[in-house]
Design a protein around this ligand. Structure first.
Ligand code: FES
Length: 123
């Protein structure tokens, strides 16, 4: 079996929602101390619905694919639903990640949680 699923390769080669949102309603930045990878999420929220989401990831292929997929999973969703997004759901949506790459999907979950927390704190 190939190391990475086609979906991981697709989201790594053509990541969705890359960039920055000016005047974002919530921003979350997290890092993994071991590998040094960093992920930043920007959320635009209107009436408790995530109307736009962008990310910047300085990291490995799995981290880029995970952040891309995570943005797709929460775009258009209510804040409450996005709060429940787990790294497992992100990895499953990517048709799996190698075990030793699961921590990369954790970074996506944490970045979204951090951005949602920032949004809550600003209110
Ligand atoms: Fe660091 Fe993937 S190796 S996030």
């Amino acid at each position: 079996m190939a190391l990475y699923s086609e979906k991981v390769m697709d989201h790594f080669m053509n990541p969705r929602n890359v960039g920055v949102i000016e005047n974002a309603d919530g921003i979350g930045e997290v890092g993994n101390a071991k590998c040094g990878d960093i992920m930043k999420m920007y959320l635009k929220i209107d009436n408790e619905i995530i109307t736009d989401v962008k990310f910047e990831t300085f990291g490995c292929a799995s981290a880029i694919a995970s952040s891309s997929m995570a943005t797709e999973l929460i775009k258009g969703k209510p804040v409450n639903e996005a709060m429940e997004l787990t790294n497992k759901a992100v990895a499953e949506a990517l048709d799996g990640l190698p075990d030793y790459k699961m921590h990369c999907s954790v970074l996506a979950e944490e970045a979204i949680q951090a951005a949602l927390e920032d949004y809550r704190n600003r209110k």
